[in-house]
Design a protein around this ligand. Structure first.
Ligand SMILES: [Zn+2]
Ligand SMILES: [Zn+2]
Length: 121
């Protein structure tokens, strides 16, 4: 594994509205790294399940996990569900609120869900 490149990544921590806590968010460069890994991991689960007719959680325990392994390596977070990683991409949120520094919930949001700061138009 080419660890050197990835150790240089310095992931931003941001509040996730769904998880209700700060999580490492992927920027565009990191998203480009993880998207193929996530796809691969989902594919591995699908293939394993088709072969063994088992539950998702059983399959996750058995397959290669390129996305969540890389995630653990970079962030130190043990995430078992690679679709969670896909949800934690900066491009899926809005800008950082100028008032409270949380991310707006969606790229199109104009009001902060935390402090109700309203973006000037
Ligand atoms: Zn989350
Ligand atoms: Zn705010």
């Amino acid at each position: 594994m080419s660890g050197a490149t990835f150790k240089e990544l310095n992931m931003e921590m941001h509040y996730c509205w769904r998880c209700k806590c700060d999580v490492p968010m992927l920027d565009d460069v990191e998203s480009d790294i993880f998207e193929p890994l996530i796809k691969q991991q989902l594919e591995n689960i699908k293939i394993y399940r088709a072969k063994h007719e088992c539950s998702i959680s059983e399959a996750i325990g058995k397959i290669d996990k390129p996305a969540t392994d890389k995630y653990l390596q970079i962030t130190g977070y043990q995430e078992n569900d690679c679709t969670e990683i896909a949800k934690h991409q900066l491009k899926k949120f809005g800008i950082q609120c100028p008032s409270c520094a949380r991310l707006l919930r969606t790229p199109n949001a104009t009001i902060c869900a935390e402090c109700f700061y309203s973006l000037p138009r």
